[in-house]
Ligand binder design. Structure first.
Ligand SMILES: [Zn+2]
Length: 508
């Protein structure tokens, strides 16, 4: 289907119930005027604008996914390694790792209009962009794993700040990146020296060097701030998936506080317990969220686990190999020019599996314990914790305490009794769901024209039919507009315009 320019060149979306948290509008009935893909003030020549009826619909900005994996070599490996997941739950779910074309259509069908791939090696940026050029509808950007580059690491080791700044700036410009991601700071250095799957804390120097992961994080965060990139350093810290790793996450936050930083998929970094003792595994959220709530410079996304089959893929090769050992599943381990790498393997999360049940409960505990929804982005670390098409189900878990309690009753009995989850009565309001799926991720990512419905905003707009069943409501918007073009309507694809590639310009 082709975009038909002119069809929606100028229109008024009339009488919808607006949720626009950035402007304090919480269920306000108002018209939205759209011209040339932007939201505009009510025009003098209103009669020249087509009228699109939105009466009775909940109107929100388009969704923004600030941490997903949709392109590049590891996603391509994911498509090869798990063809048996091509039909998911109940035979209806899409492929675990959809094609790039299906990815755009499926996101848009949920009301999402922007996505970031959160881990692209600088050496793979060209491939990722070639693939993302084929992603229909959505605006898109990539976070570069600049710290995996040997020369960047060498500059950090020498503490040559000018050179570090120059190299990171060049990586962003040449790789056309939006942000800088660090996956397991210093991890590749340990990995190359044969350290596998075991803890290294932030103060263990890199093999043969004096630089520690903590200092590397601090230097990278400073450089990103110095370059005035729209999004702060995007941190996937050390010891992902390992018992007892809540201490590493807390130490990471302590290192970064006072500088802006974003903590990725914190669910995977919030475990208590000892390494050889599955019985002691549990939640380490409480002390970390307490620190987070008191640290206004920090933001996070959760990386929620939901039950079902999916594919794990990470630039943290050590974590992937550890998971493959623990589950007995073969993995693809892929190196890029002996710098960055990735690990890819299938995984099925089960309600009655002790560890999986803890992961599910720990993610929800994060959502329900963070005091300020503006510092939290909804994510499943797609496809690692769950497929992005499960977002409506996750939104219902957050907004419907009775539904959540029923789900809690089905999981492993030890988690049911030991998780603090049962004590949470909090229900996300529509406004809060709007914040964590669009307003906050847009603001955290540094997208000034997205995540809100003010004048000058991109006309990325999702209209939902209100329902007590939040999963049904958010799974099928009545209408979705991308830059003013109607792209889906009641689950039917209406147009597939090309989206923009979002690139940052480092301060010179
Ligand atoms: Zn990720």
């Amino acid at each position: 289907m082709k975009d038909r320019p002119g069809d929606h060149h100028r229109f008024v979306l009339a009488g919808g119930t607006l949720h626009d948290p950035a402007h304090g509008r919480d269920g306000v009935v108002a018209d939205l005027w759209v011209e040339d893909g932007k939201i505009v003030a009510q025009p003098a020549d209103a009669a020249a604008f087509a009228r699109v009826d939105a009466r009775g619909l909940v109107v929100m900005p388009g969704g923004v996914d600030l941490h997903s994996h949709v392109a590049g070599p590891k996603v391509a490996h994911g498509r090869r390694i798990a063809p048996h997941l091509a039909r998911g739950r109940r035979g209806q779910a899409p492929a675990a790792v959809p094609t790039i074309h299906a990815t755009g259509a499926l996101y848009a069908a949920l009301g999402y209009t922007t996505v970031f791939d959160a881990a692209i090696a600088t050496a793979a940026a060209g491939i990722a962009h070639a693939e993302l050029a084929e992603l229909p509808i959505l605006d898109k950007g990539i976070y570069l794993l600049a710290a995996d580059q040997t020369d960047v690491l060498a500059a950090a080791i020498r503490d040559d700040r000018g050179e570090l700044r120059r190299l990171v700036s060049t990586a962003i410009e040449v790789g056309r990146g939006w942000a800088v991601k660090v996956a397991n700071p210093g991890g590749p250095a340990f990995w190359k020296r044969g350290r596998r799957g075991d803890h290294h804390d932030l103060d263990t120097p890199l093999p043969g060097e004096s630089l520690t992961p903590r200092v590397l994080l601090e230097r990278l965060a400073e450089v990103v701030t110095d370059l005035a990139l729209p999004h702060p350093l995007h941190v996937h810290t050390a010891n992902l998936g390992l018992p007892g790793n809540w201490r590493t996450l807390l130490e990471t936050m302590k290192s970064l506080v006072g500088r802006r930083a974003h903590l990725a998929h914190v669910q995977f970094h919030s475990y208590s317990g000892g390494q050889l003792d599955e019985g002691s595994f549990g939640s380490g959220v409480a002390p970390v969220v307490e620190f987070f709530n008191a640290s206004p410079d920090l933001t996070l996304d959760v990386g929620q686990v939901l039950f079902g089959g999916t594919v794990a893929m990470t630039g943290d090769s050590a974590a992937a190999e550890h998971l493959a050992h623990a589950t007995g599943v073969p993995l693809v381990s892929h190196d890029l020019h002996l710098e960055g790498g990735c690990g890819v393997l299938p995984i099925a999360y089960k309600e009655k599996n002790l560890i999986h049940a803890w992961q599910w409960a720990i993610g929800l505990e994060w959502f329900l314990s963070v005091a300020d929804p503006w510092r939290l982005a909804l994510s499943t670390d797609h496809p690692n914790g769950a497929h992005f098409t499960a977002y409506p189900h996750l939104m219902r878990l957050l907004g419907d305490a009775a539904f959540r309690r029923e789900a809690l009753d089905r999981i492993h009995p030890r988690v049911r009794s030991r998780s603090p989850l049962r004590g949470f009565d909090r229900e996300y309001t529509l406004q809060e769901l709007c914040i964590v799926t669009r307003a906050a991720p847009a603001r955290i990512a540094g997208l000034t024209n997205k995540g809100h419905l003010g004048i000058g905003a991109d006309a990325d707009i999702a209209c939902y039919r209100p329902s007590r069943d939040l999963a049904a409501m958010f799974a099928m918007p009545a209408k979705v507009f991308k830059a003013g073009v109607l792209v889906t309507e009641d689950g039917q694809l209406r147009a597939t315009p090309a989206g923009q590639t979002l690139t940052a310009t480092p301060r010179g």
